[in-house]
Design a protein around this ligand. Structure first.
Ligand SMILES: [Zn+2]
Length: 336
């Protein structure tokens, strides 16, 4: 559950290992191809020779000879591709195959700003690896396999029971909730939205949140899933923890602000105080400023939320897209 420097370094070593294996594998493919198509080795030699000649020509400023050489090189590269595919190899067989093309398996991307300055940032794949490794318990991983949009069962929502405030059946409300959750998921990344899923225990709130989480994770987004209890625990450690704990909590806190989707499960079940509640506001405010989505599930009604938390938190939550679910406790239905 926690990320120490040792673990962080071990992740870096894994990336290094992945790059080395990639290079070894590329070398192996090159040898294999040269054995099968010796003409490719000759083309490679001509290409190397060409690049030496190009360097010399560049010094003399002979641009017409340089152009001619560039055309020859292009022709050689085309020839090489034709030989390769003609022998039944994929066209990219001699290119490096990266697990992550964005960072070329280094875990780092270099951002260039308009004024020409550069900055290094952890690649999304690296952030995701950290989050998956240190926050996703095995139990949750298994649950995401079982709880997804394909397995969401509307049969648990009665088509006879009616919610009096809307006059709609539980089934109709669940159908609308499922549509909303799907549209939230599909639009993720192109439009900014937050989601509040409310309802009593056992109506499928966490299930619906898991559907969204699993879909986004499979599309490469960083999703951080925390029970409200754990979230507030991190807030608490961030302030009061001993030095190591605070360092950890500060890293946790960065991830809470930084992940693409933050899921807070069962808001209202945590032990909170004025300080942790104010941290919740900081977190919501900061994520909103960065246009990063938050999904909250809760047993509490809007009324309860404004009573329990500060007015400024409640007013933030009122802006969330609101999904409400009604059902006779699904866990009980499953047992019956
Ligand atoms: Zn990457």
């Amino acid at each position: 559950m926690s990320l120490t420097t040792t673990e962080y370094n071990s992740l870096l070593r894994e990336y290094e290992q992945r790059r080395l294996e990639g290079e070894k594998e590329l070398h192996r493919r090159k040898e294999e191809v040269v054995r099968a198509i010796p003409a490719i080795a000759e083309i490679d030699e001509q290409l190397v020779h060409g690049s030496v000649t190009a360097a010399k020509l560049a010094l003399t400023g002979n641009t017409s000879a340089l152009d001619a050489l560039a055309r020859t090189n292009e022709w050689l590269i085309r020839q090489k591709k034709q030989l390769l595919t003609g022998a039944g190899y994929p066209a990219d067989y001699l290119e490096p195959h990266y697990t992550c093309p964005h960072c070329k398996d280094t875990g780092v991307v270099i951002l260039r700003s308009a004024d020409g300055t550069t900055a290094q940032r952890p690649c999304t794949c690296f952030r995701r690896a950290i989050i998956e490794r240190y926050y996703m318990e095995d139990g949750l991983r298994k649950r995401l396999e079982k709880e997804n949009f394909a397995t969401f069962n509307l049969g648990y929502y009665s088509d006879r029971r009616i919610d009096e405030s809307t006059g709609q059946t539980y089934r109709a409300i669940a159908e609308a909730a499922l549509r909303d959750a799907k549209s939230f998921t599909e639009a993720f990344g192109s439009s900014y939205n937050n989601l509040l899923i409310s309802g009593f225990s056992g109506v499928g709130k966490t299930f619906l949140a898991n559907c969204i989480a699993g879909n986004l994770l499979s599309r490469g987004y960083t999703v951080l899933y925390l029970s409200a209890f754990r979230l507030f625990e991190i807030f608490e450690h961030y302030r009061f923890g001993d030095r190591d704990l605070s360092k950890q909590a500060s890293m946790d806190f960065d991830n809470i602000l930084d992940c693409d989707l933050l899921i807070v499960d069962d808001l209202g079940t945590e032990m909170s105080n004025t300080y942790t509640t104010s941290q919740l506001f900081v977190c919501l405010e900061e994520r909103d400023r960065e246009k990063k989505s938050t999904l909250i599930t809760t047993n509490l009604t809007m009324d309860d939320l404004s009573k329990r938390y500060s007015e400024r938190i409640a007013s933030r939550l009122f802006l969330f897209r609101y999904i409400k679910l009604f059902a006779d406790d699904i866990r009980v239905q499953q047992i019956l």
